[in-house]
Design a protein around this ligand. Structure first.
Ligand SMILES: Cc1cc2nc3c(=O)[nH]c(=O)nc-3n(C[C@H](O)[C@H](O)[C@H](O)COP(=O)(O)OP(=O)(O)OC[C@H]3O[C@@H](n4cnc5c(N)ncnc54)[C@H](O)[C@@H]3O)c2cc1C
Length: 393
């Protein structure tokens, strides 16, 4: 059994934040770590663990008390994702997708009616939330959405399909984009809240995954699916903007997920090299091993302030598009490097399924793809920094 990291960060956390962090870390260590291997190996969504996460109030950290949340903010939520991801990337992704993608958009743009109808139930774990943006023909280029929505009396009729949708099989509600005016480009894309029991709406089994195998996904199929008109999320034509803003926040949670995976792999490797005997001592006695470990630690410690800064910027009510992308890009690429090096330090044992580091490496790969690939993050960052120059000239 590997040793879990210290929970103190030295990053000016409040006492409440330390308490929540410690609570989630204990829970992750006792409840999630023991089954992380099994859920990955058997592609099993851990419903029992998810129910305990709900009991602990973790999905409500971000939301106000009147909706059943605890109003503890983005940083506390990000740290919860981080702590969970240290031991189980799949469960970290489940939480991040449920909160940032499946619940937050209804809270932020759903108005009183949709918020009251869905957000308390999502926080209380009556069902999960899912976010349907990606289509077989439109991923990074999500402005190329092909799903259509046509108003017919008091209903919109949706046709099309979405793929790779996290938590879909456990979701009671889906936030989806569809084109309402093809001639208006991205300004003709609208967002909808789709109840699970919508006639004409169904799920199709997701593909077998490389990593994050304990996290659920499926495709969404719309065949003349009839959505009540009042389930339009925000004004018609603003769905693309709503979805991009949702991703700005979602990226902070994927950054936290990446950081947690990197820290988990680093801790495993640190422990292992002090135990593995070779050349008359342990691996940790070898300077080349120490250097690799030092680099891994440096990458985790460099990612952490970027992630926390992005979360704090959102909590301060300031724009956070740039901060979220910087944190996501850096932390996810750090997670790839750290998990890769962790396997190297374990040698052949790292390559085997016996040890957690190969799972962590496979899980980390999602982080450089989901919610905007690394290439997309570089586009977002470049756009933001060049816009700042243009604005000042
Ligand atoms: C485990 C998992 C969970 C997911 N969950 C969800 C979910 O819940 N909801 C959802 O909507 N989606 C989800 N996705 C989908 C994910 O967001 C997309 O896979 C991702 O945005 C990339 O889109 P794509 O797969 O179509 O790749 P493509 O867009 O086809 O990209 C392929 C490659 O080309 C590169 N590329 C594309 N355009 C450019 C360009 N202009 N310049 C340079 N490089 C470019 C990309 O960076 C990438 O490397 C999930 C994906 C995974 C793997």
């Amino acid at each position: 059994m590997y040793q879990l990291p210290d929970i103190k960060t030295g990053l000016d956390l409040t006492e409440d934040q330390e308490v929540i962090r410690s609570m989630v870390a204990d829970f992750a260590k006792t409840e999630l770590a023991p089954q992380a291997h099994d859920i990955d190996e058997h592609h099993r969504f851990p419903k029992d663990s998810w129910d305990k996460i709900v009991e602990l109030g973790i999905p409500g950290i971000l939301f106000p008390e009147e909706l059943g949340g605890s109003n503890m903010g983005t940083l506390t939520y990000a740290m919860a994702v981080e702590e969970i991801a240290k031991v189980c990337g799949s469960t970290g992704l489940t939480l991040a997708a449920h909160v940032s993608l499946g619940t937050y958009p209804i809270y932020a743009w759903g108005g009183e009616k949709l918020t009251q109808q869905y957000v308390p139930a999502l926080i209380a774990g009556e069902f999960m939330g899912a976010y349907g943006l990606t289509e077989p023909g439109a991923g990074s280029d999500s402005g190329g959405t092909r799903t259509t929505a046509v108003l017919d009396g008091d209903e919109y009729i949706l046709n099309g399909r979405k793929c790779f949708i996290t938590n879909a099989n456990h979701a009671g509600v889906f936030i989806c984009t569809a084109v309402t005016d093809r001639s208006a480009g991205t300004k003709g894309i609208s967002a909808f809240v789709v109840p699970r029991d919508t006639p004409g709406f169904s799920l199709e089994k997701g593909e077998v995954k490389l990593g994050m195998r304990g996290s659920d996904w499926a495709s969404l199929v719309f065949e003349d699916a009839r959505i009540p008109r009042d389930h339009l999320l925000g004004p018609e034509g603003e769905g693309f903007t709503t979805f991009m803003k949702t991703l700005d926040g979602g990226r902070i949670s994927i950054a936290a997920l990446s950081l947690g995976i990197a820290e988990g792999a680093y801790e495993c490797a640190r422990q292992y090299v002090t135990e593995r005997e070779a050349f008359g001592g342990t691996l940790a006695d070898q300077q080349a091993v120490q250097f690799k470990l030092a680099d891994m630690h440096m990458q985790c410690e460099a990612a952490k302030p970027l992630v926390y800064h992005a979360a704090r910027t959102k909590d301060a009510g300031k724009p956070y598009t740039l901060e979220g992308s910087l944190a996501k890009l850096y932390a996810s690429e750090a997670a790839m490097k750290v998990t890769y090096d962790a396997i190297q330090l374990y040698g052949g044992f790292g390559y085997s399924r016996e040890y957690p580091v190969e799972r962590m490496w496979r899980d980390a790969k999602l982080c450089v793809i989901g919610e905007g690939t690394s290439e997309v993050q570089r586009m977002v960052i470049a756009r933001q920094i060049l816009r700042a120059v243009k604005a000042s000239t």
